[in-house]
Ligand binder design. Structure first.
Ligand code: C2E
Ligand code: CA
Ligand code: CA
Length: 739
């Protein structure tokens, strides 16, 4: 059959298309029009194709077969969709209907970019085709053409790559940042240089985007970029990876003290309020920090490390920086387990509400209780709400959880024999839902609780974004006759302007102001006075949170706080205990606690190495502060002994034994440790992987036993042990945090 026949074939057959025997078309016949087309094909100017009614390819220009490097029978008889597929990127952009759909619906195909899958080469076509109908209007198949656009398409892809800068902020884009990082890591390796990577992710950016709109979000990103640029200057390269993620590459930085300072400065700068077209916006940022070659040698490894550090920073409560450490790998797994377990906690009835007394400063009589959620995991034991509430917010279950808490608290408070007030914590995410007042109303109605007894504790973060909306929300809540308390006051954005207009009945002074307020040269007490004065002027009560010691109690009373909450009076109690006390009519609380606050060392349980002369011992770290530590596991060590503690990940700390008692020693560090960004501590410097490489090992990121590896090279396995090693029993663990 000739090409002419394809364009004029019409046999009027009434068989089903599938039943028609398959007959390929041969080219080569003559006729003027056909000759023209033939020469067109021969010159490689055009490709023609046709299908039968069943969609099987009956013809494809032979020159095209040559160009594709495929045999005729690899194409003929196949469906068109078997040999080409739609360009994915274009598919998404234009949301074009799939090729298969066009073909089965017998629609016209016009200038559609497809990849030719039949060929091993990277060939792109732009195809067009029309359904061919017979005299009776029956579909006979397609006739179409194709144009090879592989060249232009490659150029197009390159052009996209050439655009290495983010159009919005003018910073490098992800492509360029990854390219830069790869280049630098490769060059620095030979020169044994280091390089720090900071990854930033804005906190609450989505909230601004949602409430103020995308143009405002864009404007905000530009301002953030400007602030980062101002701080980093020409010391490093800054890029926007997309969305609200930024990356900073800092050559020759490996001092974690300096990096922590920089992280803190970035957080502070980015957390300052923004003005966007007259609207006020407040966001924060979390930062992950990783350093090559310590935490990764190749781009992929270091990006994974910085990503994990960022994830940990966000998990640690946001507005923080966090250094990468190998233990974060376990943390990510723990976090995943926590997420899974938390989803079930509500249905499995593992949650409970406990109640902490709020005590009058003057009479020491209980005036009300704050409801605090408690989760007891069947295997892991009790999990802190400070840990799981942020996770519940992130995985979007805080709304049902908050609703549950509200209902439970109202129901339990109704049972109390004395009608005291009860405060419930409200997450900013609950507050962001328009139906929140209805939910409060439902809880009140269902329980029959007097609305005047219910206090909602709200944090400053609800003022982010649309302040008018927050105002409307407050009005609706006040209409229900409930009370409002401003929680954690002083920790957030410290803008006092909203206080004047917001109808709060109480201000809760955050416990960070109470802590340390009795120390010399600390201005917390002065801040407390200022808050109390301000609250008085606005006719609001003040609650001092977290009072633990007698001297703190004395101070907060002297500074004029009306109500006191803290371990000095009582921790949160289960409903039964509250019921018992109230039944007995025992409303007065006695102040019980230490006289003074002692900056407690962090209690930990961590296996470490202790190096003494040429011997290496196994020991356990029991507590840790910036200046010293308590270790356990070596017997009878004399005072003044010099140790090097191997804290893992190549972290070495030189120290001297200052106290020694049986198998426990108190040691003092030669150089103080620094914060790891979360609650932990780390050394400023680490053993360099370049050193380990120099000892004949391949260059790789530090592992937990980095130094042990090096020591083994240097002094063999054993060494001369002077002290006896003692077994130490491990504690019970709750999501990786020593209980
Ligand atoms: P918060 O609202 O600031 O609650 C006070 C926290 O301080 C409670 O921690 C309480 O046990 C603790 N605390 C009380 N007195 C003292 C003291 O003298 N010393 C010290 N060191 N701590 C004291 P908790 O129960 O672990 O709760 C932590 C946070 O979790 C709460 O902080 C609150 O933000 C959140 N949370 C707790 N329950 C709920 C809830 O039902 N819903 C929501 N959305 N958040 C909740
Ligand atoms: Ca609270
Ligand atoms: Ca609080």
């Amino acid at each position: 059959m000739a090409l002419r026949d394809i364009f004029s074939r019409n046999d009027g057959s009434s068989m089903r298309p599938e039943d028609v025997p398959f007959t390929p078309v041969k080219s080569g016949d003559t006729g003027k029009r056909v000759a023209l087309l033939d020469s067109f094909e021969a010159a490689g100017l055009g490709v023609f194709w046709s299908t039968d009614a069943a969609g099987r390819i009956t013809y494809l220009t032979p020159q095209a077969l040559d160009a594709l490097d495929v045999a005729a029978d690899e194409v003929l008889g196949k469906k068109l969709t078997d040999i080409v597929s739609l360009d994915k990127s274009i598919d998404e952009q234009r949301s074009e209907r799939p090729l298969k759909f066009l073909l089965t619906s017998q629609s016209t195909i016009s200038n559609t970019t497809v990849r030719v899958d039949a060929s091993d080469k990277e060939v792109w076509w732009e195809i067009s085709g029309k359904p061919e109908l017979d005299a009776n209007g029956n579909f006979r198949g397609y006739r179409g053409s194709a144009k090879d656009i592989s060249d232009t398409r490659e150029k197009q892809i390159n052009a996209e790559r050439m655009a290495r800068f983010d159009a919005l902020t003018g910073l490098s884009n992800r492509y360029r940042m990854e390219e830069q990082l790869a280049k630098r890591l490769k060059a620095y390796r030979a020169l044994k240089r280091s390089c720090a990577i900071l990854m930033l992710d804005l906190d609450r950016f989505k909230h601004v985007n949602d409430t103020l709109g995308h143009p405002a979000g864009d404007a905000l990103l530009k301002q953030v970029a400007a602030r980062i640029t101002q701080i980093v200057g020409d010391k490093g390269e800054i890029g926007r990876l997309g969305g609200d993620e930024f990356l900073i590459i800092l050559p020759d930085m490996d001092d974690r003290g300096d990096l922590g300072d920089l992280g803190q400065r970035l957080i502070q700068m980015i957390s300052q309020p923004y003005s966007i077209d007259g609207a006020r916006a407040i966001i924060g940022t979390s930062i992950g920090i990783a350093i090559a070659p310590y935490d990764g040698v190749e781009t992929e490894g270091i990006m994974k490390a910085v990503d994990l550090a960022l994830y940990a920073a966000k998990g640690g409560g946001r507005g923080r920086y966090r250094f990468y450490a190998t233990e974060l790998e376990d943390g990510a797994k723990m976090r995943h387990a926590l997420e899974e377990d938390l989803r079930d906690a509500l249905v499995k009835d593992e949650l409970e509400m406990h109640y902490q007394p709020l005590v009058s400063a003057k009479t020491h009589k209980v005036t009300g209780f704050e409801a605090l959620i408690r989760w007891t995991h069947p295997e892991r034991g009790s999990v802190s709400p400070g840990l799981f509430i942020p996770v519940a917010e992130e995985i979007d279950i805080i709304k049902p959880m908050g609703e549950w808490a509200l209902k439970r608290v109202c129901k339990e408070a109704v049972e109390w024999p004395v009608p005291l007030k009860v405060a419930v914590n409200v997450s900013a995410i609950q507050f962001a839902h328009d139906d929140f007042p209805q939910i409060v109303e439902q809880a009140l109605v269902a329980s029959g609780l007097d609305p005047q007894r219910l206090v909602l504790e709200i944090t400053e973060s609800v003022f982010v974004g649309d302040t008018e909306r927050a105002g409307r929300m407050f009005k609706e809540l006040k209409k229900l006759n409930v009370q409002l308390a401003l929680d954690d006051f002083g920790t957030g954005y410290s803008s006092l302007s909203y206080l004047r207009n917001a109808p709060f009945d109480k201000i809760k002074i955050d416990q960070s102001f109470v802590r340390g307020s009795t120390e010399k040269n600390n201005n917390n007490a002065a801040i407390m006075s200022a808050i109390v004065g301000l609250a008085g002027a606005l006719d609001m009560e003040t609650v001092a949170e977290g009072v633990e010691t007698k001297d703190e109690l004395k101070l907060v009373k002297a500074r004029g706080a009306d109500i006191i909450q803290g371990y000095i009076f009582s921790a949160a109690l289960p409903q039964e205990t509250v019921m018992e006390r109230l039944h007995e009519g025992d409303l007065e609380y006695e102040a019980k606690g230490p006289d003074k606050y002692r900056a407690d060392r962090m209690t930990v349980y961590r296996k470490i190495g202790v190096i003494h002369e040429d011997a290496r011992y196994k020991a356990v770290l029991r507590n840790l502060s910036k200046t010293g530590a308590m270790i356990e596991g070596l017997a009878d060590v004399p005072l003044g002994t010099q140790f090097v503690l191997d804290l893992g990940d190549g972290q070495l700390a030189v120290c001297t034994v200052r106290r020694s008692n049986g198998s426990k020693q108190g040691v003092e560090f030669e150089t103080p440790l620094i914060s790891d960004g979360a609650d932990g501590l780390c050394t400023r410097h680490r053993v360099s992987p370049y050193e380990i490489e120099a000892a004949g090992r391949p260059l790789e990121a530090l592992g937990q036993d980095a130094f042990a590896v090096l020591m083994q090279e240097r002094m063999g396995a054993g060494g001369n042990k002077k002290f006896l090693e003692v077994e130490v029993a491990p504690p019970r663990l709750s999501y990786g945090i020593a209980a």
